[in-house]
Design a binder for this molecule. Structure first.
Ligand code: HPA
Length: 270
């Protein structure tokens, strides 16, 4: 995979004048951040050699390069999910490529269901840690030492110094936030009420269907990770109403302005 990722990285760098060290993966409903980026340059996923081919119609699948508060960034507008049928390696492939383009820090965002009873729809949660319940791992297979070690450490999967910076920026901007643990499951169905009781017991504050594969890869590759979840709904059994994707996206959209100014501020200080 190394030489494929090198080709992908070389293509991307040939398509932009920017050489960012920070990359942002935008979760469902949080794609508005691209509007805060100036001097934008776009690269459609379908034009990028070896990039996974999108299966979902209507998903904006593109890289956005430009500046956030004067700082060069790469943003992924649209990500790949395991439930779409991609392998874990394909889901994490853009992160391997990021590493080869010179990215040092990764900010991941997602829409998630709230398990912690102190949360409500619209809560923004700094991810302190995750629980991988995908039942698989993007690093399975022969290890390539050019990327990283066979047994990568996950002690600070989400870097404390970045959590502290995010907390400080939130206070300065008057943005309320919580901290918590994100449980990642395959989806695509929402969880059963019994599964949510189980997740609560094992220490999860939020649940979603993404992020974990990318964050495992990022740690393996030596990238510093910050994660932010937008709680779009309370999880099954805690909320009595049935979930639907449209309201997940619209709740994320309603906090998007706060999310965008927060992430812009974070990018400008890290
Ligand atoms: N469960 C899983 N993923 C989600 C949820 C949820 O309740 N809300 C948004 N993404």
């Amino acid at each position: 995979m190394f030489s494929r990722a090198e080709e992908t990285a070389a293509y991307i760098l040939s398509q932009t004048k920017f050489r960012p060290e920070t990359s942002i993966i935008l979760g469902s409903g949080l794609g508005d951040l691209a509007e805060y980026i100036t001097e934008k340059e776009f690269i459609e996923y379908e034009k990028i050699p070896h990039f996974p081919v999108s299966t979902v119609s209507g998903h904006a699948g593109r890289l956005v390069f430009g500046k956030l508060k004067g700082v060069a960034v790469m943003a992924m507008q649209g990500r790949f999910h395991f439930y779409e049928g991609y392998s874990m390696q394909e889901v994490a492939y853009p992160v391997f490529v990021m590493k080869l383009t010179g990215i040092k820090k990764l900010i991941v965002s997602n829409a998630a269901g709230g398990i912690n009873r102190e949360f409500s729809p619209g809560t923004l949660m700094i991810i302190e840690d995750h629980i991988n319940l995908f039942g698989t791992n993007p690093l399975i297979g022969r290890n390539d030492d050019r990327f990283g070690k066979r047994f990568p450490d996950m002690t600070e999967a989400y870097k404390k110094y970045l959590i502290n910076i995010a907390a400080k920026c939130a206070s300065e901007l008057g943005i309320d936030y919580k901290k918590g643990v994100y449980a990642g499951l395959t989806g695509p169905c929402y969880e059963s009420a019994a599964e949510i009781r189980y997740l609560e017991t094992i220490g999860a504050d939020a649940v979603g269907m993404s992020t974990v594969p990318e964050v495992i890869a990022a740690n393996y590759l030596g990238l510093d990770v910050l994660g932010i979840s937008c709680i779009t709904n309370m999880a099954t059994g805690i909320s009595v109403t049935a979930h639907d994707h449209a309201s997940v996206v619209s709740t994320a959209g309603s906090v998007s302005e706060k999310f965008c100014s927060w992430v812009s501020e974070i990018v400008s200080v890290i």
